[in-house]
Design a protein around this ligand. Structure first.
Ligand code: PMP
Length: 415
């Protein structure tokens, strides 16, 4: 039955040669946002998406516990059936107000938010213009929509412009659609901070292209919500383009420390999405305890901008430390700091050696990485102490030297 995955099986077996299986790590115990126990030993967590360290916030926990005790463990139904409680509607209003939008709708995961939003917004008569490094959920949503997909070069507004221009020149309205008076639409999709290399979209330039070409724009702020902006509203706040972005997608599973996703917008007839989005309709809604915890986390993001300031300082510290040690990193300083390595074998060895030193980071390998790079993805949190970050930099530098992946020793190893 699974014969079609023979290539995958081979690649997977090779990965395990070096020691542990990197894709089946199971922590014995999570002690805090930055510490866990693994195989009986304590490890520092330097590869999560817990950017603000809110997973153990006492007020989030107590709100969750209260909801758990009063509303039960789950809703057992979809939002359009028995799965809408007061908390779901209240969180939708809270998300919308936080982002300065009229409407928002919740999904049970961020993955489902992209899947449901994209597939419901466009159809085969429309064009989706996706950044080449888009998350899998964006590609899957695009496929489900049936729209014509055009990929443009990662973070390259000129390439987007060129491709949109070509599309517009060729664009002949579909006869059915023309008779209904609905011209085909062009929807551009970009992310705020990109999850693998931590680089950031040139959003102002994308907005300029979108305006000139008359397209719509959706920004997935999964890794930037609560992380960027004075108020934590993400890249669109930093770039000052909030009025020019039609759709904001995000997740509760990163800076907010929970699970779930959303789409927020001002467009008329937004409510139709609830009936057109299959991942919304045909999946159980978020448990009340999650809704309550996320709602509190969103309040914290608004109340405590200092958490973001500290995150920014930690990100700079880690990025600067690893850059000074000579590692090849992503182009931008952000809480995601990835080390680029020459090949998967070195990446797996590095990852295992780091874990032996009590530091957990993410191993990211082709084909799941941009340009098929082999990456050690580290991500820093507000909750990391300076001492922890220094310890990580020292350990990575020592291993980098031992493996010969820092400049002066084996420059030629870089991909
Ligand atoms: N969008 C992006 C850009 C992501 O990185 C992710 C998760 N890595 C998602 C969507 C999906 O979010 P979730 O894990 O909450 O389903």
């Amino acid at each position: 039955m699974l014969g079609k995955h023979a290539g995958l099986k081979l690649a997977y077996a090779r990965l395990r040669d070096g020691g542990r299986n990197p894709f089946t790590v199971a922590f014995d115990e999570i002690l805090s946002p930055t510490e866990a126990r693994l195989d009986g030993r304590s490890v520092m967590l330097l590869g999560t998406n817990n950017y603000l360290g809110l997973t153990f916030d006492p007020s989030c926990i107590s709100r969750s516990v209260l909801a758990l005790e009063t509303e039960g463990t789950g809703t057992t139904g979809s939002r359009i059936a028995n799965g809408t409680y007061g908390g779901h509607a209240a969180l939708e209003a809270q998300v919308a107000s936080f982002l300065g939008r009229r409407q928002a709708m919740l999904f049970t995961t961020g993955y489902q938010a992209n899947l449901g939003t994209l597939s419901a917004l466009v159809n085969r008569d429309d064009n989706l213009l996706l950044d080449a490094d888009s998350h899998a959920s964006i590609y899957d949503g695009a496929r489900l929509s049936g729209a014509q997909v055009t990929r443009f070069r990662h973070n390259d507004p000129e390439d987007l412009y060129r491709r949109l221009k070509l599309l517009k020149e060729r664009q002949e309205p579909h006869p059915d659609v023309a008779s209904l008076g609905a011209p085909s639409q062009n929807l551009i999709v970009v992310e705020g901070i990109y999850s693998m290399l931590g680089d950031i979209a040139p959003l102002r330039e994308f907005v300029a292209v979108k305006k000139e070409m008359g397209a719509y724009l959706l920004v997935d702020e999964a890794h930037s919500l609560g992380v960027l902006g004075k108020r934590g509203r993400g890249l669109i706040e930093v770039a000052g383009v909030e009025d020019d972005v039609e759709f904001i997608v995000g997740t509760f599973s990163k800076s907010l420390g929970g699970v779930g996703g959303f789409c927020a917008s001002d467009v008329p007839d937004f409510e139709l999405l609830r009936l057109a989005s299959r991942s919304y309709m045909f999946s159980a809604s978020l448990p009340p305890s999650v809704v309550a915890g996320v709602s509190r986390a969103l309040e914290i993001i608004e109340e405590q901008p200092g958490l973001r300031d500290r995150l920014g300082r930690n990100a700079e510290h880690l990025h600067h430390g690893l850059a000074s040690a000579g590692f090849a990193l992503g182009p931008t300083v952000s809480p995601i700091v990835s080390i680029r390595l020459a090949n998967p074998e070195i990446a797996v060895r590095f990852w295992n050696m780091l874990l032996d030193q009590g530091i957990y980071v993410n191993l990211a390998l082709p084909p799941a990485t941009p340009s098929s790079q082999s990456l050690l993805r580290t991500s820093v949190s507000t909750a990391h102490s300076t001492e922890q970050i220094n310890r990580a930099i020292d350990a990575m530098s020592a291993i980098g030297q031992e493996l010969g992946v820092v400049p002066g020793v084996t420059d030629q190893l870089y991909a």
